[in-house]
Design a binder for this molecule. Structure first.
Ligand code: NHR
Ligand code: GAR
Length: 217
């Protein structure tokens, strides 16, 4: 991968993970540069925060009557124009079709707010609380067409506290996300982490289970 690696970040919301990735690049902890930020939501706060930092930021909302696959094709064209080495979903809230994922297979990562394979999909904090779980966290995984089912590479694990509600838990999970996402991306940019025929390889060995990092927050 070239140095610095070209990173495209896809968001729908506040963009705190985007900022953490950009911070890591600026600090020199991540050998990358964010060459574009794309959002399906024009009102996403993260777009404004990206522009404040001088980053290229584009909204690609669904046009009236546009199908999912037409939108994803337009998104793929916008991503491809930026010639990314890696594409990072960071709170991107729309399911991507197989054509999009296949075009970027092995270069497309997501951060998901649960200890996958537990709680794929939405409302992960609520579901962990309702289940009475003692532990929760976040997972960085390669994206495949199978929603939140692609191979996980790095997990952050925290304890759920007795007084936690959805928002206190989400806040602690996010603090972990801001550490593990730049770490996993740096593994890719440095060549330590590769994706070979559907299997993540870390330091030349197949990663059978994700690396697990406990956080005492
Ligand atoms: N696309 C594919 N093909 N595979 C994955 O693993 C993906 C993906 C797109 C997004 C992020 C994921 C998450 O981390 C992600 C992973 C959106 C939904 C969802 O149900 C689920 C999981 C994720 C993102 N979205 C609704 C939809 O119909 C819309 C929900 C909304 O707008 O609020 O697209 O959690
Ligand atoms: C993050 O916690 C991320 O894990 C989650 O959304 C938040 C985005 O926050 N992702 C999903 O729920 C994907 N469905 P951010 O915009 O501040 O980075």
């Amino acid at each position: 991968m070239p140095s610095p690696a070209r990173l495209v970040v896809m968001i729908s919301g506040a963009g705190s993970n985007l900022l953490a990735l950009d911070d890591a690049c600026r600090r020199g902890d991540l050998d990358g540069q964010i060459v574009g930020v794309l959002s399906d939501r024009p009102a996403a706060l993260g777009l404004e925060r990206a522009r404040t930092r001088g980053l290229h930021a584009e909204a690609l909302p669904i046009a009236a009557g546009e199908s999912r696959s037409d939108h994803d094709a337009r998104l793929l064209a916008a991503v491809s124009k930026l010639q990314p080495d890696l594409v990072l979903l960071a709170g991107y809230m729309r399911i991507l079709d197989a054509a999009f994922v296949h075009a970027l297979q092995g270069r497309l990562l997501n951060i998901h707010p649960s200890l996958l394979p537990r709680y794929k999909g939405l409302h992960t904090h609520r579901r962990a609380l309702e289940a009475g779980d003692a532990l929760h966290g976040a997972t960085v995984h390669f994206v495949t067409p199978d929603l939140d089912g692609g191979p996980p590479v790095l997990q952050a694990r925290i304890k759920i506290n007795p007084g936690d509600d959805e928002s206190t838990l989400a806040a602690r999970v996010q603090r972990c996300e801001h550490v593990i996402y730049p770490t996993a991306v740096q593994w890719c940019t440095s060549g330590r982490l590769r994706y070979q025929e559907g299997t993540p390889m870390l330091d030349g060995h197949p990663l059978e289970t994700p690396v697990l990092q406990d956080f005492d927050l």
